[in-house]
Structure formats: C-alpha cells, structure tokens
Ligand binder design. Structure first.
Ligand SMILES: C[S@@+](CC[C@H](N)C(=O)[O-])C[C@H]1O[C@@H](n2cnc3c(N)ncnc32)[C@H](O)[C@@H]1O
Length: 315
C-alpha cells in the first residue's frame, strides 16, 4: 500500500455528509488535520489530472483486486450516501425547506418533486403547510406521510397544477434522476407564484465518486468512470452482482451550471452551493489518464452534490 493510500484511508468517508465541527477540542483538531491532508490529496490529483493526456478505460482484469480492497474497507464501514436515519434526515430537510421558504410554511402551498417516502412533506404539513408530493412511483410513500401529503403520481415535468399557484417547490436527490431537468425547471417556474421559491438539493452527481449510485452493486468509488460500461455489465453478470443503476441522467456539473444561466431571466439565484467529496482523490492521481479521457474538467470529479435556492422573478 502506498503512503498516499495509507493516509487517505482514514479519510474514506470524509466527503460524505461531513459532520459539523462539534465535540471536543481534540476531535475538532483531528478533523481539521484530516481536512488539510485531504486538501493536499485533492491538489495532487488536480495536478496529475491536468498534466495527463486523455487515456482509455482501465482493463476490466484490474477490477477484482480493486474491488476486494474496497469490499474489505466497506466491511469495516459500509459505504452509504447518507448515514442519517430516514426520520432524522426528513426532519432536517424540512428545516432546510422552511428556511428557504422564508422561515415559516404555515398556510403556504408547497410541492415536493420526486417526494419518495413523503416524510419531508409530512413534517411541513405538521407546521401548517398544504403539501403535494409528486413522484413517478406510487409505492414509496410511508403511511404516516400519506395521511398528510397529497400524492400525485406523475412526471415532475408535467405537474398539471395551475399557473402561479404554488408558494414553494422543493426536491431532494432527484435532479440527477430527472431525464429532462430543464423541463422540470420550466414547469416549476410555470406553477410558482412570482416571488415563489424553488429549493433543490441533489446528488451524487454522475462524475463524482458514487455518481452511478453504485452502493450494493459494484461499490467501488469512480468505478463507472474507470472502466468501460459494457465490460462492467458483463463483470456484474458474471460475478452475480447487480449492474450499475440506469436511473441516473448522467448529466455533468457543467450541465447544471449552464441550466442556471439558461433560466437566469426566469429565476433569481438566492443561493448556489457545490459540495465536494475529495476522499477518493488518490484514485484520480493513480489513474489520471483514464479520468482525463472521461471528463473535461477536474471539478467534475469532486463536486458530489448541488444545493440551489431560486426565486421566481416578478415580470
Ligand atoms: C433517489 S429517489 C429520491 C426520493 C426522495 N426525494 C428522497 O430523497 O428520499 C429519486 C426519486 O425520483 C423519482 N423520479 C425520478 N424521475 C422522476 C420524474 N421525472 N418525475 C417524478 N419523479 C421522478 C423516483 O420515482 C424516485 O422516487
């Protein structure tokens, strides 16, 4: 194992849901040291990426050994996008929406795009909002949410709701799944009242370490960028693993940045935040040519999610 790998090991999960800097002085100081090491790793990876010539995907024969190493690490600490319990996560998300909506949702009409289990809407309904959840699936919502949240089973790009009739629209971990995010934004703009807010937090983005949502499948960070997709599918079939998910739209960060520019005359950007995962930067350093052959810019590889808050402009 290289020194770099040894150093990066304790950082394995650093980029995921980075905990607030709480706890004892010692704990905070350890965390800051880890962060600074992590920053150094990221800078080394950027240098390697930018000086490499674009290369081919790795030979699939390398995958079993890399996977065995990742599986051993995952046994100690299973890889998950979000370590919070769904109930706790929903409560925190409801707080985020309440803040984005101006501090109170009482008496407001809200729509959640791709509402999943509906728990976020349930909390907001308990605070006096009228909440409609929209999702393609009709079986994800939990019963306690169904009692308070109206479910519309349909495409987020065709809400079937009146123009200018909604105070706030929100969405979690869904814009990387929508087949046409621009159409979803246009539809949100149509139904929001002028001054209404769209809040969305989404990821992991396609080019980030877990962009293929590969947990429980071939759960090696960046596996979808390092290897050829057809060879990966054949490997999965042979190894009795699930293939990488096909439900992601595979849009790069550059697409989402461009989307905001495209909608600039429709929405005022209240806030825009890109969150990073640099815990696997050593993989980029080790295989820079392969990554250079897959993405145009280094940032693509480390921006794991985006959080946006937009306000519909008054005409
Ligand atoms: C990763 S889940 C997120 C669910 C929930 N927001 C959460 O964070 O737990 C993605 C959800 O998007 C929904 N979805 C995907 N494309 C959609 C679309 N075009 N319109 C509505 N829902 C969609 C799926 O049915 C799924 O429930």
């Amino acid at each position: 194992m290289s020194v770099a790998t040894a150093l990066i090991r304790p950082l394995y999960h650093l980029g995921e849901n980075r905990p607030a800097l709480r706890g004892t002085k010692l704990r905070r100081s350890i965390f800051r040291t880890m962060e600074s090491l992590s920053r150094r790793q990221a800078n080394a990876a950027r240098d390697a990426f930018e000086s490499a010539e674009p290369g081919e995907p790795l030979p699939i024969a390398l995958l079993p050994a890399m996977l065995a190493e990742a599986d051993a690490l995952a046994k100690k600490k299973p890889l998950r996008w979000d370590r919070r319990r769904p109930q706790d996560k929903a409560k925190l998300r409801a707080d985020e929406v309440r803040r984005a909506a101006g501090g109170s949702v009482e008496g407001k009409r809200l729509i959640e795009l791709a509402c999943g289990d509906g728990r976020v809407g349930m909390h907001l309904a308990q605070q006096g909002a009228s909440v409609t959840g929209v999702d393609l699936s009709d079986h994800a919502m939990v019963p306690e949410a169904a009692a308070r949240v109206e479910l519309l089973v349909r495409d987020a790009a065709a809400l079937g709701v009146d123009d200018d009739s909604v105070d706030a629209i929100y969405s979690f971990d869904a814009f990387e799944h929508f087949s046409d995010p621009a159409a979803v934004l246009a539809e949100a703009h149509r139904v929001l009242r002028p001054g209404g807010v769209l809040y969305a937090s989404f990821g992991p983005l396609w080019n980030s370490p877990f962009g293929a949502h590969q947990w429980g499948r071939i759960d090696l960070p960046y596996v979808h960028l390092m290897f050829d997709r057809r060879e990966l599918d054949a490997f999965a079939d042979h190894a009795g693993r699930m293939r990488l998910t096909v439900s992601c739209n595979e849009k790069p960060v550059a697409y989402f940045r461009g989307l905001l520019r495209q909608f600039d005359s429709a929405f005022k950007t209240v806030s825009y935040l890109e969150k990073f995962n640099v815990s696997f930067a050593h993989r980029i350093t080790e295989r820079a040519a392969c990554f250079r052959g897959r993405v145009d810019a280094f940032d693509e590889l480390i921006v794991r999610s985006i959080e946006i808050c937009l306000r519909k402009r008054h005409v």
